[in-house]
Design a protein. Sequence first.
Length: 222
Amino acid sequence: MEYVKKFFVLVGLFLVSQVGMTAFSVVKIISQSMGETNLSLFVSILLILLVIGNIWLLIFLGKKLEFLNLKWDFFTKRNVGIILGGYILARVIAIGGTLLLNTQGSESTANDAVIQTIFTGENPLLIILLIGISAPIMEEIVFRGGIIGYWLEKFPMVAIALSSISFGLIHGPTNLISFLIYGLMGLILSMAYYKTKRLEVSMSIHFLNNILAAIVLAFGMM
């Protein structure tokens, strides 16, 4: 019964984590239906404030459920090594996977293509906040902290498998290669969290993986 209760708590965490991106998507659709290509500065600022509040709420819930600390003492030589190694391995997977997609006539994963389409031309701060900061925090709280550290903490191998698979699926893969790209990235993040028991470590890897792409997209360098 306890696992059922925790599962529904996890579902709640996931729904909370989607508030910012869902709000952006809805507002974007409304804006386009009114003939506006990009969001106004006023709407962008409101969304920025909403996303910041969304991040704060999920962090609060993670601390309340006792699987999140967010303290600087995680910054040890061992953990820094794991962060850098995990980031490099994630980039190798992403680049290798993209090259394989290129051989099949696709320039990138469907998820990346959608992100580039809906975010191009939007407020740079909003782009960096949603893709480079919010996503790493939100997704690590749900997929690593929520699944591995909270719901299935007594079954770590099952939790790691479910965390990696669900992380791959949530990114909307359209073929085996795109699923493996995200699934293997999820596995790297899961193992980093499992080995260190610090969510800050997997968040750091995820942040490094996302932030450069967010900056490039935000300032139109693509």
